[in-house]
Design a protein around this ligand. Structure first.
Ligand SMILES: Nc1ncnc2c1ncn2[C@@H]1O[C@H](COP(=O)(O)OP(=O)(O)OP(=O)(O)O)[C@@H](O)[C@H]1O
Ligand SMILES: [Mg+2]
Length: 460
């Protein structure tokens, strides 16, 4: 309906609130603000509880430059109707016009927490660019407590500003991590490092402070595929009840020049607002490709930004554990390996016999197994990665399932099925060792890859 016919309709029924509301909004959209104002006022006169009319009137007052009046009315409205997301959003918008990014951030968070569908990415970007950040009740309520208790469900899918931001950044954010160290077989050296860097310091902050130590730091995990690097990162977050941010490097690299740096900065800022946090950078070699290899200066800028973020030059990284993972540490820029950055570089080899036994037990959980011999299976899976061992169990399960379908009754997975399956699964790490061996022999920077040589039996 056009404005003229709406006007005509209102002339016939001047007290029809829904009709008045439609006309007022249409006028507002057409910038007929004075006439719109009259109609909004009329509605409020008839029924003072009409929230939409109040909002309209406030928008118009703001448009006319009568901002202080608008703000006073908005205060009252928010107090009377604290559940009205649009009112908080309008408050954020006006605060932003007033260049109060901090307040805008608080109201924005409140608005999207009440109704995620009114999120306004442009406004959010403005707020962040202007230095605003999430604050207020929502942010506090949302944080995982240091004793490791978990956030509740509506929090996880809530619509706070950081949620919106992480969606925009294409991040896995605050994923509930049920995995624990107990779900990772072996990897004792890695677990120990992680305990010392973040778990114990979070539990005993005073003790660590007395030694001048804080929680956080960087650990780079490298090794062949399927040996539990990614699993370990998730388990770390689960273990400390921390927020977990998984960053696939392609998300950052696939950007226009300049945008990647900004994105990376936003990711670190997001983590800093949500400590304790585990920031996990997978495929580190892709991001941190040796600077000499980088022909474009764009890549160099990104690396420099990353180094600055790691150094906490921009802001501090207390209570943030930065985990990196790579299959190709030789392609990682040396600058990343200096103290204070990824200052622990840990080789994650295929599991030894004890670890394999553990991994077998982990993957046996929840499957209908008849009697089977863990030690024996550990022996038969020599050379296999954790992922390969999982495949042994998956394949044996399939055999048992086929049998169950044939018999029409549950058939357990037998030790024999597992042994056969172990014979069929080929080690997937061999190829990796072939190339790793060359790097370790001919480009072993300061003995960095000695562990690989020891693992291969080349060095004692
Ligand atoms: N140490 C382990 N304990 C238990 N399960 C494991 C272990 N290592 C690997 N697995 C199993 O293999 C799967 C794949 O492992 P994961 O993704 O962690 O390997 P990765 O080292 O990150 O490999 P890539 O280098 O290819 O990224 C895990 O989800 C898990 O099921
Ligand atoms: Mg991985």
């Amino acid at each position: 309906m056009d404005i003229d016919s709406l006007r005509a309709a209102v002339a016939v029924s001047p007290d029809n609130i829904p009709l008045l509301q439609i006309l007022a909004k249409a006028l507002e959209d057409a910038f007929e603000i004075n006439e719109a104002k009259n109609h909004y006022e009329k509605i409020i006169e008839i029924d003072p509880s009409q929230v939409q009319a109040h909002l309209g009137l406030i928008r118009i007052l703001d448009l006319r430059g009568e901002t202080s009046q608008a703000v006073v009315r908005l205060d009252v409205l928010c107090e009377k109707h604290p559940q009205c997301a649009e009112a908080w959003m309008l408050r954020a918008r006006i605060a932003m016009d007033e260049e109060d990014a901090a307040a805008a951030g608080t109201w924005y968070a409140k608005a999207v927490a009440l109704n995620a569908s009114i999120a306004d990415e442009n406004l959010m970007k403005q707020i962040i660019t202007a230095g605003g950040s999430i604050s207020g009740e929502e942010a506090k309520r949302r944080k995982v407590t240091h004793d490791g208790s978990e956030v509740d469900d509506d929090d996880v899918c809530g619509g706070t500003m950081d949620d919106v931001l992480s969606r925009e950044l294409d991040l896995e954010f605050r994923v509930k991590n049920t995995a624990r160290f107990a779900d990772v077989g072996g990897m004792e050296a890695v677990k120990e490092q992680i305990r010392m860097k973040i778990i114990f310091p979070l539990q005993n902050p005073a003790l660590f402070a007395s030694y001048g130590k804080k929680a956080g730091g960087g650990v780079l995990l490298y090794g062949p595929p399927g040996c539990g690097k990614t699993l370990m990162a998730r388990a770390t977050a689960g273990e400390i009840g921390a927020n977990f941010f998984a960053i696939g490097i392609h998300h950052i690299l696939n950007m226009y020049i300049g945008e990647s740096e900004n994105k990376l900065h936003q990711i670190f800022e997001l983590a800093r607002r949500n400590v304790p946090a585990v920031l996990f950078f997978d495929e580190m070699d892709a991001l941190a490709a040796d600077r000499r290899d980088m022909r474009q200066s764009a890549g160099r800028h990104l690396i420099n930004q990353f180094l600055q973020e790691l150094d906490g030059a921009i802001d501090n990284n207390d209570n943030i554990l930065i985990l990196g993972a790579t299959n190709a540490p030789w392609h990682v820029d040396n600058a990343f390996l200096r103290p204070g950055r990824f200052d622990r570089i840990i080789f994650v080899p295929p599991p030894d016999a004890v670890a394999r036994e553990e991994i077998c037990r982990i993957h046996a959980q929840g499957r209908p197994l008849s009697v089977w011999d863990e030690k024996d299976l550990a022996k038969r899976t020599e050379g296999l990665s954790g992922a390969d061992i999982k495949a042994v169990f998956d394949n044996a399960t399939e055999v048992a399932l086929t049998e169950a379908m044939r018999k029409g009754a549950v058939a357990p997975i037998t030790g024999k099925m597992l042994t056969q399956s172990a014979k069929d699964v080929k080690p997937s790490t061999r190829k990796w060792f072939e190339s790793a061996k060359n790097y370790a022999l001919y480009s072993n920077q300061g003995g960095m890859y000695d562990e690989i040589l020891v693992h291969l039996g080349i060095k004692k």
